[in-house]
Design a protein around this ligand. Structure first.
Ligand code: SF4
Length: 331
């Protein structure tokens, strides 16, 4: 394998692209190089078997083919200099994927000791052991959906794909026994309620699994466009973000939160403590592996779901306006 895909922002940090950035990536975002479509068929994904989207597209990110050896060489330098703190490798399901993944991880490890995250579908225990031995410190198995039913429709048989909720949950549980850190990605805005999303984040947290939130992004050529045609409601996103932050930091228990229908109506904190959480701004920053900031992975400059750096005072005021209705409800 002589090539690897890397996000444009990553290539810019590596000095292989020219790009003006207000928030450079702190993780190198890489994708295994293949010209094949993924054998899976996730409804929202550009690389899916039945998608007509571009292979280089992951959410809003453009992953350009680049020389693997040059990327790895420069990655070592960027890590030593403190520009990049993690390498994140995205995979796809195709014959040869395992060999390509092992090769890329091996080449990175031969060059430097940068922490490595691998995002992949569930693998067997032997492969988990091999990955851990090679130096993967964080395994990520994207659930993407927040309920078994939604999973069936967007990643499973309902979407013409091979995955099941049960095998993904099993893969995550087995990974917890092998890797120091295990995570998943969940897409907000696929038709779920606050309650479904927050309950899943809380359940995963209890299992030692870190859930990173993504905003659904409509991509040309994907079949999800026919099913979900809008960006997530920012108020829904903020409620889920705040609740997830409180659960992840053990500031509130799920039982302390209140829901009406599917809507979150009380975070389980008093007014003063909630205000302190909002003012801190951390709750609105990108979630995921350590040092992952995914700048503009799902955002535009006028609609930021996940902040790649801590939001400033003006941004926090804007966030408060976005959730004003919900705050009135609980104060
Ligand atoms: S959280 Fe960030 S670093 Fe971790 S797998 Fe997801 S995109 Fe990669």
């Amino acid at each position: 394998m002589s090539r690897v895909r890397a996000s444009l922002g990553t290539l810019a940090v590596l000095g292989m692209e020219l790009m003006l950035m207000d928030a450079p990536p702190t993780t190198a975002y890489l994708q295994i190089y293949t010209e094949q479509r993924c054998r899976a068929n996730c409804l929202f994904c550009s690389q899916a078997k039945d998608s007509e989207g571009e292979l280089k597209q992951i959410a809003r990110g453009q992953y350009m083919p680049a020389d693997l050896e040059e990327v790895v060489r420069r990655l070592g330098i960027a890590f030593e200099k403190g520009y990049l703190h993690r390498a994140c490798i995205q995979t796809a399901m195709y014959p040869g994927m395992w060999e390509d993944t092992v090769y890329l991880i091996g080449r990175i490890r031969d060059t430097c000791s940068i922490p490595i995250s691998l995002s992949v579908f569930p693998l067997d225990d032997m492969k988990y052991q091999t990955l851990a031995r090679l130096g993967v410190d964080q395994l990520v198995i994207p659930l993407d959906a927040s309920t078994p039913d939604l999973f069936h429709r967007i990643k499973g048989k309902g979407a013409g794909g091979p995955f099941t909720w049960e095998s993904h949950m099993d893969g995550l549980k087995r990974a917890v026994a092998v890797f120091p850190h295990v995570g998943t990605h969940i897409i907000v805005g696929m038709g779920e309620t606050d309650k479904e999303m927050v309950e899943l984040v809380g359940r995963l947290h209890g299992m030692g699994i870190n859930a990173a939130l993504f905003a659904y992004t409509k991509l040309p050529g994907t079949r999800a466009v026919d099913v979900v045609n809008t960006k997530p409601d920012i108020r829904h996103y903020r409620r889920v973000q705040i609740a997830s932050y409180l659960l992840r930091h053990n500031l509130v228990r799920l039982d302390d939160m209140e829901f009406e229908g599917g809507d979150l109506t009380h975070f389980g904190l008093d007014e003063h403590d909630l205000e302190a959480v909002l003012e801190k701004g951390e709750a609105f920053m990108t979630t995921g592996c350590a040092n992952c900031n995914r700048p503009y992975a799902t955002e535009t400059h006028d609609l930021v779901y996940n902040y790649p750096v801590a939001p400033n005072g003006g941004e926090i005021n804007r966030i408060k306006q976005q959730i004003e209705n919900e705050m009135e409800m609980e104060m």
